[in-house]
Design a binder for this molecule. Sequence first.
Ligand code: MSP
Length: 656
Amino acid sequence: MSEKKTFYITTPIYYPSDKLHIGHAYSTVATDTMARYKRLQGYDVMFLTGTDEHGQKIEDRAKAAGVSPKEYVDHIVEGPQGVKDLWKLMNISNDRFIRTTDDYHVAAIQKIFKAMYDKGDIYKGKYVGKYCKPCESFWTESQLVDGKCPDCGREVQDAEEEAYFFRLSKYADRIQDLLENTDFLEPRSRVNEMVNNFIKPGLEDLCVSRTSFKWGVPVDFDPGHVVYVWIDALFNYTTALGFMNDKYHDFDKFWPADVHFVGKEIVRFHSIIWPAMLMSMGLPLPKKVFGHGWLLLDGGKMSKSKGNVVDPYLLSQRYGVDALRYFLLREFPFGTDGNFSNEALIGRINTDLANDLGNLVSRTTAMVGKYFGKNLPACADADPAQDDELMGLARGLRAAYEEQMEHYAFQNALVEVFKLIGRANKYIDENKPWVLAKDEAQKPRLARVLYNLLECVRISAVLLTPFMPDTCAKIFEQIGADEGLRSWESAGTWGLLPVDAPVQKGAGLFPRIDAAKELEELAALEQAAKAAAAPAQEEPKEPEYITIDDFNKVHFVTAKVLACEAVKKSKKLLRFTLDCGEGIPRQILSGIHEYYEPEELVGKTVVACTNLAPRKMMGLESNGMLISAVKEEPDGTEKLHLIMLDDKVPAGYGLC
Ligand code: MSP
């Protein structure tokens, strides 16, 4: 007997730093659907997901919460409504779950780090550059955009420390070749982005250890250093199979991975750093990395900080998990961004699921019951020519669907299935079973019509199973299709359902939603959630006093704006030439262009802090900071007013 073919698929492992939102569920639902599809086809599937639990961000959050980092991540991963709970809710069929704090993984990462060090691919040096804390990413000055993190646009910090480096530069040519000349990375548009933005400007060696915090895998041969969280995270795909550990033993069976599904912002890690490290370790490369788009909310990124997290618990409780799974994969092409809205979700449920699929199943099963009792009689082939189009569509469906699924085109695969569902609904209207039923002589034709509908329902349900497993199981029950008739093979053949299969109309699959009423209720819930999330009346806190000496350390002086202009290629920065009463003008850069035009500031009297360490932004040196009054509004936007004094005040006066 020949061995089953294997298929290894992964999701990114999640940061357990916050509660997950529906955007997080997107990657995992897509991966789950692909894993179920491959299982349906008969593959021996390994579907891995997990959590990425180290790094400074987690250490900081735990500290703020007053618990240890391990307690912090344990709660988010294992606790109520945590990561594992969410995957259970979303009916995720992962075969394995890795936590990067698992002992076997930690020990394996230490061995992997040492192996690359022994090979000479990791070496000790000094890190001088910028660090983005939320992204846990290091950047060089030239990689910053407007002086900010190129991934998330947030402020970066100066960083300098002894550190280990990975010789990423050594692999630049091989990575470029991999990206340009193979189909390793998809969609293709992401290849240009990687090559033009990261490889062509010159791949620099990557800083792969940190000493400024502790919550990471310790470098065992150099105490004080912890392994850079991305190295620790990426190798999860191999340690979870048993690479460099004895916990599991199926590395040889499943590696290389068939596909890593990842969100677009982490394509760089998966398509440049990951293959380079695998090359260093002498391991085969994954067959594919697919960078999917983001689920947006009101055109922007979903995030807790924006206060607009869309709660998968709430949504699945109201509409059912299958409706949510269907919506995520039907509404947007997998490779591009898509905007989530309650209107779109309700629209899809009403149109595709309640009207098209739900009605087809309920009308068909109801008519079998009404006209024939529990099952159909042996039906004569009254006039098969009339049914050719419908049968042809059903016969060709599996191939059309497979073609799309093999390219991770979930949306198109669903469109194919719904072509048959739509055609079958039309077939009911064309054949008018209720008219046929009135004429005894037409009973064989009526039976044939209903049989054809049952077969369309069966074939559609087999192919929809990876997307909506629970719903399809209910459909199979209603049409009397046993296990053998739910298989991939059976979806490729017309006419397998026994004529006397026991048909039983069940409860409606997707109740129609009153959209206007529902949207009103959702809006009220959102308001209530916002109010609940608003900070409670804070306990009066003991103020953190500073001494007069501390205060005197900061030099505030009055300054006259001699000149002001926008900095080229920067949306925010203005370049000020100031008279601070020092005899020579002082240059300060300030990110306030969205609030002021340069011309309106010339001649004004402002306040500058002049003993802040000089800092380069967009290649220009800033020698201080202008002082503004800033307020964050409840919607997250900021209001800013530059502090301006009466112009009678001369330049160079200290403030005290
Ligand atoms: N820990 C890293 C991955 C390490 S893999 C070796 C990470 N974690 S994450 O929790 O921030 O993100 C996990 C996945 O969720 C990423 O693929 C990310 O793109 C995806 N999403 C998070 N928000 C999303 C949307 N709004 N829309 C679609 N996917 C999004 O990155």
